[in-house]
Design a binder for this molecule. Sequence first.
Ligand code: ADP
Ligand code: ZN
Length: 440
Amino acid sequence: MERYWNQEIECMSREDMKKLQDERLVAQVKHVYDNVKYYRDLMDEKGVKPEDIKGIDDLCKLPFLSKADLREAYPYGLLAKPLSECVRIHSTSGTTGKRVVAFYTQNDVDMWEDCVARAITAAGGTNEDVCQVAYGYGLFTGGAGLHGGSHKVGCLTLPMSSGNTERQIGFMQDLGATILCCTPSYAAYIGETVQEMGLTPDDLKLKAGIFGAEPWTEEMRRSIEKSLGIKAYDIYGLTESSGPGVAFECCEQSGMHINEDNFYPEIINPDTGEVLPEGEVGELVFTSLTKEAFPLLRYRTRDLCVLSRKKCSCGRTLIKMAKPMGRSDDMMIIRGVNVFPSQIETVLIEQGYSPNYLIEVDRKNNTDTLDISVEMNPDQFSDKVKDMQEQEKSLAIAMKTMLGINPKVHLVSPKSIARSEGKAVRVIDRRKLIDNPAKK
Ligand code: ADP
Ligand code: ZN
């Protein structure tokens, strides 16, 4: 039976949700306009006044906000409450450049933790569970977010943070952890280590995993589910909008419900800013509806995905977002072709390789080069050079079919690619010339 953390909101009718969003947006815009000079200037420049925003239908009148704005306004330029009312600061992981910081009042922390509690409940979590939080603790939002949500649900919370993998597994066994929370790349590493320690999923009590903070494919999901004997649920969020828990997967495991009572999503064409209809792929934009210290209106996430209002079998009516295909920043343009690391991961796992790989892009004699190093599983290793060349060739053909361009594939020995305990770094782009418009 599906349980809800907040059934009234999670199963609210469309009309009631729209009404709630309308009211909240009006108040949020007024709060931002009155308290944030940076945003007031942007609105004045566009000739929009708070009175012009009467509800969600007027959202398109507001200017966008981008990461560049956050960097420009660093650290206090977008703060909407006095620091004396703030209780917490977090910072982005800095995956794509200079870090930005976000501020929280106590109400902001409560709202965030409530969103995470919905996610843990949707993954089957209750106060009977032991929840092992193996996201990093600290400035990164992963540890704090899942920790707070786990407390709200009443799970026995194991604040492990990331790293020290054998100890993680030891505690997991000794204390009977039932839910594991970490990045998917770390979950894959934990799964691999379980096997190396001579254990099987039957030696663990885990039933569910809540994995996010980086893109991961369906193939990766299946591989983790098998190695740990669990159901693996996706969770999405970003520091700018509080942290993980903006959206979460339910028992259907097909797309994440967005906590749209707090975060209103739009999909736009990243080049023109035009709002796209439901079902079209574009850049995800969020407007916070209830934040106090660090509200963001029409914030461009640079994450590419699709929204859907299709009825979900879990009973929730919250809009769903598909798994983000990656950020617009992650997209590599190689010899004029758009390539996402997730496409490469899909091929690798489908062909029976491990999700341990490194993509290197360079430019030689004016031509882009794409080299993919792929770790072999011990049983794939052969001491016959010819066999290895055959394997590399057949993998390169599968890649060509998926990507449309020919990569150079290098099979490397087991364990030679560094494992990730947080967000995995899978791409090294050495081209001096940056011709990816999304990076500008
Ligand atoms: P940084 O932007 O420096 O990595 P954050 O730690 O705030 O800082 O990361 C937020 C970003 O992580 C999102 O914008 C998105 O690109 C990525 N992300 C988070 N959760 C997911 C997920 N479930 N699937 C794919 N990408 C995700
Ligand atoms: Zn659902």
